[in-house]
Design a protein around this ligand. Structure first.
Ligand SMILES: Cc1ncc(COP(=O)(O)O)c(C=O)c1O
Length: 397
């Protein structure tokens, strides 16, 4: 399962069985079991299962372009660092080793242009999905507070708002939102699913608006190193934030850029007051990154060679798939960055999913990311060269 799936959510109220409390009535049992999961949206990926079965029945096997999970090896330098730290017998710290914090600030300076960050401006997290899901709760948001995210978006922003019992709000342009009650504004650049990038001017405008209304920005930048026709810029770049991280946190992950989805390696950068608060809460909650993963993260951030190599692989696969889908009658929108092509044949997305499944190709329906995506599909180029070639052949038939 990739970061954008996670695992099947139990939705609705499961029947409670509690042998130790014989007198408890059904409503009391239900108030515990299902009280949280029933707040959440229905887990959408189960709906894709029949199409997956159709695609898997293809004589030459399925080409699965539905999920954004890495298929290439973990770079040797990272595996080595993990193995070297295998004898990690003591508890790790939530804030991470000094070596990890040094690696995070150094990378933020050299890669993002955020040169003035100190250790108080960094915080390791256990993969970025957990942070996205729990940030509103850890910030103490609740009923009466609003959490906003793009109209077409990674579903976990909504999940996070709902887990906190805050109000989820979608936007096209965040600066047109009513700031009353708005506490947290998610940006996602480059975007999953559209691949759209917010340029420095756009980000600067949004940051000024959010600061003016005392709204915290969380900018999910996990695809930042995967720009193709755009050069994504961080919210922490001085051209955007004016050299101050006040009111801003950037969320980064090594899952995509370093093929580390299995390690759960990610981190936050930004406002020291916010990160200090999260550190306290996460210490109490025991939200530690495993020590070998901390060591692997240091190695991953210190080596840009594997990132360039992986980019080359994705660039080739992307070009091949883009050409093949366009020749097969698809129109691609945005997609200037990230690991996806956002494509349409101007028909309902489930029709597209169905006809591609007949050819043994599985893609994600756009309505997984919001109703605005109901005539699009998301095509991931996280498949091996051999599977990408198979898709190209099938699309040409
Ligand atoms: C926009 C976005 N944010 C966060 C994540 C979570 O990534 P991870 O938990 O692997 O860091 C994903 C994964 O697909 C994503 O697409």
């Amino acid at each position: 399962m990739s970061g954008d799936q996670g695992g099947p959510l139990v939705t609705g109220h499961a029947p409670g069985v509690c042998a130790d409390v014989p007198d408890a009535g059904p409503s009391e049992k239900e108030s515990i079991v299902g009280a949280v999961s029933s707040l959440l949206p229905v887990f959408p990926w189960d709906r894709l299962e029949p199409y997956k079965a159709t695609a898997a029945a293809h004589a030459d096997g399925i080409v699965d372009l539905s999920v954004g999970t890495p298929v290439d090896p973990v770079p040797a330098v990272i595996q080595q660092a993990l193995a070297d730290a295998a004898d990690s017998h003591g508890y790790p710290t939530v804030w991470g080793t000094a070596a990890l914090r040094d690696a995070l600030t150094a990378w933020a300076g050299s890669r993002l242009g955020a040169r003035d960050l100190a250790h108080t401006n960094v915080l390791p997290i256990v993969g970025s999905k957990e942070l996205v899901a729990w940030l509103p709760t850890q910030l103490g948001l609740g009923p009466g507070d609003k959490v906003a995210y793009p109209r077409l978006a990674y579903p976990t922003y909504e999940v996070g708002a709902r887990l906190a019992r805050a109000e989820p709000v979608v936007y096209d342009d965040p600066t047109t939102l009513d700031p009353a009650g708005l506490k947290l504004l998610w940006l996602n650049t480059p975007s999953n699913p559209t691949g759209r990038v917010l340029d420095a001017d756009e980000l600067r405008r949004i940051v000024a608006w959010a600061r003016g209304h005392d709204v915290l920005i969380a900018s999910d930048e996990c695809y930042l190193e995967l720009g193709w026709e755009a050069d994504p810029v961080s919210v922490l770049h001085p051209d955007v934030c004016g050299g101050s991280s006040e009111g801003l946190i950037a969320v980064h992950s090594l899952s995509k850029r370093s093929n580390l989805a299995g390690y759960r390696a990610a981190f936050l950068l930004g406002d020291s007051a916010v990160l200090g608060e999260l550190l306290q809460i996460r210490k109490h909650g025991g939200m530690m990154v495993a020590a070998p993963v901390q060591a692997a993260t240091v190695a991953a951030l210190g080596d840009s060679g594997h990132v360039a190599e992986q980019r080359e692989r994705y660039a080739r696969r992307r070009a091949a798939l883009r050409t093949a889908f366009e020749a097969a009658g698809f129109r691609i929108e945005h997609s200037e960055a990230s690991l996806y092509l956002w494509a349409t044949r101007d028909e309902p997305c489930w029709d597209t999913v169905g006809s591609l499944a007949e050819r043994g190709i599985l893609v994600a329906p756009g309505d997984f990311y919001g109703t605005a995506g109901e005539r699009f599909v998301r095509i991931a180029f996280t498949a091996t060269d051999e599977r990408v070639e198979a898709a190209v052949r099938r699309l040409a038939d």
